[in-house]
Write a protein that binds this ligand. Structure first.
Ligand code: CA
Length: 219
């Protein structure tokens, strides 16, 4: 009966949402606003967001990192799950995209937890390492340019404490990682997936949720 993960048709997917989704009104509103956006497909699904929020709470995260904010739904979701004195270092290069999310962060009362850095994420993360913040963070979500993932992963691994968790989005890339595609995004994700499989620094799970979500727990 349960040899493998179910295929979700629309009926079953809608059942999952109807019977589990708990969104703050600001999350629902931001998701709707982003749906109209030309790049709206880049937003994570709400059930994936809720799962990540649960993970943030499970590990008692206070300091979190996000690489790739887009319009801010996942930042809002993680910030809502952080304690009142929690902080999310949100890295992105687009003022245009991240500007969409700000009013919703405000409406949800979590804007003070989100420190948005508009700069190449690698520069931001390297600056934090140089400032002595290694092992100071509990949770990281990587969801940005796929060819940069390996660098983001290595920096986040240093910034996380032992027992901290990195979540990496789009690791199945619409299924293309299992096909003989040679575009740079697919090959970057294939190489990262291969590397993490054998990476002794982490405990690992690759979940077929959304577009594929890898969880890497720092040992
Ligand atoms: Ca994504």
């Amino acid at each position: 009966m349960s040899r493998r993960t179910l295929d979700l048709d629309d009926t079953l997917y809608n059942y999952v949402l109807a019977n589990s989704l708990r969104e703050h009104p600001a999350q629902t509103a931001l998701r709707e606003a982003t749906r109209q956006h030309p790049h709206g497909g880049m937003q994570i699904s709400p059930e994936q967001g809720q799962f990540m929020a649960l993970l943030v709470r499970l590990i008692g995260a206070r300091n979190a990192i996000e690489v790739g904010v887009f319009t801010g739904y996942s930042a809002l979701t993680v910030a809502l799950a952080l304690p009142e004195d929690g902080r999310l270092l949100a890295c992105d290069i687009s003022e245009e995209f991240t500007r969409v999310g700000r009013p919703y962060w405000e409406a949800a009362g979590v804007a003070h937890k989100i420190e948005l850095r508009l700069a190449p994420a690698l520069s931001t993360l390297d600056a934090r390492l140089a400032a002595g913040e290694a092992a100071r963070y509990d949770f990281a979500f990587i969801d940005a340019d796929k060819t940069g993932y390996d660098d983001y992963y290595e920096r986040c691994l240093q910034l996380l404490r032992p027992g901290g968790l990195i979540a990496i989005d789009n690791v199945l890339w619409g299924g293309s990682v299992a096909q003989s595609k040679t575009d740079t995004d697919t090959t970057a994700l294939q190489a990262l997936n291969r590397k993490l499989h054998g990476d002794e620094r982490i405990d690992l799970s690759l979940l077929p949720i959304g577009d594929g979500l890898t969880l890497a727990r720092k040992r």
